[in-house]
Design a protein around this ligand. Sequence first.
Ligand code: MG
Length: 272
Amino acid sequence: MRTPLVLAVTLMLNSASFSQNTDSLTRARHTRDSLNDIEAHKTEYYSPVPPVVTPGSYFYSTAPSDAIVLFDGSNLDQWVSTSDSSKKAAWLVKDSAFTVNKKAGDIQTRAKFTDFQLHIEYRIPPDITGSGQARGNSGIFLAALPWGPGGYELQVLDNYKNSTYVNGQVGSMYKQAVPLVNACRKPGEWQTYDVVWTAPKFNDHGILASPARVTVFHNGVLVQNNTTLLGDTPYIGQPAYRVHGAAPIKLQSHGDPSEPISYRNIWLRELK
Ligand code: MG
C-alpha cells in the first residue's frame, strides 16, 4: 500500500509530464483560437439546458389587415443592404421565399420601427452541415444599430439535436437571455417566430428611461416572456445601451460556412 507521501510524489511526477503535454496542447489551441474567441468564451454558458418541446402545428399564412407586409413572397422592395442602404437587398428570391446571400452581407428594412408585433418564418436547409454556432446561423436584429454588435439579436440557429452555449441557441436574445425551452423543428421544415418588441426609451438627457422588453413565441411556443434586456447583444463583453430612436429590423448574414437559410412571410404591426 502506498503512503500518502509516495502517492503525492507519484501524482506530482505524473502531473508534471501531463502538464507538459497539456501546456503544448494549450499553446496550440491558443495559437489556433484568436484572442477574440477567448474573450467571447467568457460570456458563453452551457447549463442549465432548456428542455426540448416538440411544437404543435402553428402557422400564419396571411397578414392581419393592419399589418405592414415586409415580404409577401414576391420581392425584397422593403429591404436594403445594411452596408449601403442606398442599395437594394441582394438576397435571392425564389419560390415565395428568400435566401441569405453570404457574399452580400446583412440586409435591413427600408423603414424604421419602434414598438411592434413581428411575424417571420425561416427554414434551415434540409442538408445543413456544421455544428454549434456554425449550423444555420442567422439572426433577427429587432432594432438594427450602426455601432457595437449592430443592435439586439434574436438568434436564428439550427438547434435540432445540435447543442451550443445556451445563451446563444435559437430563441435566445444573443448572449443575454436563454430561451425557456428549445422548440426547434427539424431542418427542412418552415419555422415561425412571433415577437412583441418594446424598444428602450431614453429621456431628453440621453438617460435610459425604460429598458427594451421582448416576448417571443418560437413555433407557437413561448421562449421569451416579457424579458427585460440589459442592452445590446455583443459577441464579446457585456450588453450596453446607447441612445437611439426608431430603427430598421435587420437579418444577419452570418460568416459560418454552413448552407444559407431562407425566410418568408414577414409582417409587422406597429404598436403605439
Ligand atoms: Mg446569429
